[in-house]
Design a protein around this ligand. Structure first.
Ligand SMILES: [Fe+2]
Ligand SMILES: [Fe+2]
Length: 396
């Protein structure tokens, strides 16, 4: 296997990192990519008021997820948890021991490549991994690379070197980016989920008031809660919620907030869900205690209220979005159906359901509820009481 190793402080991981990682991954036809946030980087001192190592680790995980490479990319915490300074040679030695039969490529930007001989144990590094250096700016020309490449080949004849310029990549310096974030700018230079995490945690002096976020900032924050593959669904739900709210005269802004936050706890496992239920004193019936899918609606509503200060109407729209219930409000119906028919949904009957929803909201709702009941029964799953009650109430 060909394995890429990309270390750095990732403070924060930005679109420059993402683009470089993706380009090297493709050009070198790597099988795996390991992102390794540094604990104590040997060459720079981290500012004391910056993110904790764990927060950098989490941001790197969010950035990795945005690569869209699935299981092929992994974020390792081995440098974060190692005591003392993080030396690349030591990290590579550990990896080589874990994967003796595999080939390693160490990813690095121009600055690092040009000073490689000054690193701790360069010879050992070059014996353990090939070097994949990438130029990120227009100024990083092949000329600059070739002088250093010749020097390294002469000095370390066993070296494997690969250099590439990544055209059109956004040129971002982390230092400048941090300054811009403190001024309330720079979000566009980050993967949206990373920016959302920064706002959520108040990193780099962003100090956003989570309870009064404008939609433009709530969106990345909401995305930072999601698995990458769920992002199109949530953005689709927002779109559909806008359309339905406009069609039926509901509060469009509230529909959008509910849609953006409705699946904010969806990626959590059973244990974490139950912990949130305990923390927010959410009582569960017997079915809910076993059905992960039912819990995220309740814990999502609780987070939306506690962290983002949503009002009761939005809270209830999120709370009931999975089961529905008898006597739903307009916003609850819109949330339930937007989630059901948003543009990325594809199942037999979805077109018919979409038509019904725009013809008559209650007709659409009844159809949606009946489809759910049928589907659950076909799969031999129990149907939640609230869903049956919602259906029966609409049938009159
Ligand atoms: Fe959901
Ligand atoms: Fe959803």
């Amino acid at each position: 296997m060909e394995i890429g190793v990309y270390g750095g402080t990732f403070n924060p991981p930005h679109l420059g990192h993402v683009a470089a990682a993706r380009a090297v991954f493709e050009v070198l036809k790597l099988d795996r990519l390991l992102l390794i946030p540094a604990g104590l980087p040997p060459h720079k001192n981290l500012p004391a008021d910056g993110p904790t190592p764990e927060q950098r680790l989490e941001m790197t995980r969010l950035a990795a997820d945005q690569l869209g490479l699935g299981d092929q990319v992994e974020v390792l915490d081995l440098e974060i948890h190692r005591r003392g300074k993080s030396f690349t040679a030591d990290t590579l030695a550990v990896l080589k021991e874990q994967h003796p039969g595999d080939d390693f490529w160490l990813l690095m930007g121009t600055d690092m490549f040009l000073t490689l001989q000054a690193w701790h144990e360069p010879e050992r590094i070059l014996s353990l991994a090939g070097i994949a250096a990438f130029g990120r700016t227009e100024a990083d020309t092949e000329e600059l690379f070739s002088v250093q490449r010749d020097y390294l080949y002469r000095t370390y004849p066993q070296a494997r070197l690969f250099t590439l310029t990544i055209p059109g990549v956004v040129d971002v310096s982390s230092t400048e980016l941090r300054e811009r974030l403190a001024r309330g700018e720079g979000g566009a230079l980050l993967p949206p989920a990373v920016y959302g995490y920064i706002l959520r945690q108040g990193l780099y002096g962003t100090g956003a008031d989570l309870k009064h976020l404008p939609l433009s900032r709530l969106r990345p924050v909401a995305l930072s809660y999601l698995k990458y593959k769920r992002i199109p669904h949530v953005l689709g739900t927002e779109q559909e919620a806008i359309r339905l709210a406009e069609r039926y005269g509901a509060d469009v802004e509230k529909a959008r907030v509910a849609a953006l936050l409705h699946d904010c706890t969806k990626k959590l496992g059973m244990e974490e869900q139950l912990a949130l239920c305990a923390r927010y004193e959410i009582s569960l019936d017997e079915l809910e205690r076993k059905a992960l899918k039912l819990l995220h609606a309740k814990t999502g509503a609780a987070i939306a209220r506690d962290v983002f200060g949503v009002d009761d109407e939005i809270y209830r729209a999120i709370w009931w979005h999975t089961t529905g219930h008898a006597g739903m409000t307009l916003l609850e119906k819109i949330m339930y159906l937007a989630d059901y028919i948003e543009p990325t949904r594809d199942f037999p009957g979805v077109e018919e359901l979409r038509r019904a929803c725009y013809e008559d909201l209650d007709k659409g709702l009844l159809m949606g509820l009946e489809m759910t009941v049928r589907e659950m029964e076909d799969m031999g799953n129990p149907v939640h009481r609230a869903t049956l009650e919602a259906r029966d109430a609409l049938k009159g």
